[in-house]
Design a protein around this ligand. Sequence first.
Ligand code: FES
Length: 183
Amino acid sequence: MSDSPNNEEPKKDRRKFIVTSTIAASTACALFPLASGIPSVLDPATKDSDNAEVPWTKVTNLATLPEDGTPTKFEVILERVKDAWTTYTNIPAGAVYLARNGDKVTAYNLKCPHLGCAIDYRKNSNDYFCPCHNSTFGLDGSVTTDNSPSPRGMDTMDTKVEDGVVWIRFQQFVPNIAEKVPV
Ligand code: FES
């Protein structure tokens, strides 16, 4: 028995639906591995950044620092910064106070560990002060007020002196937590 014209139309629609669905599913399967790889193709910088070593940066000559330990402010310029695509040169990264003790130098980040304002060195009281929320720090960078909003002392970083030149490993740290955690 043959189908009437009225019964033929729904059958055609069903066949068309099955063919279309199969093509769509096959295409999705073929593309899925490619799609899952897109983030690493577009953003290869995310792959190794955790292991990148902080480079040494030249700041000044030791002879420019007062021998009595008075802090001196310096801007930190990174000679080379490389991302996944480009190498940039002479990039301002931040600022530090350097304090000399003989042939050793301590570097304190100018950025307040509370919320990141710039810390001042106060010559009159010979200490550090953040004007944003009144945190005070001693010359060794420690918090000096009981109710200081800053949860930790000033952030220090690695330094070395080679052939009379002061080098630092400049880093920023997560603000407003008690631990010193590199960003
Ligand atoms: S940002 Fe320095 S005390 Fe708040």
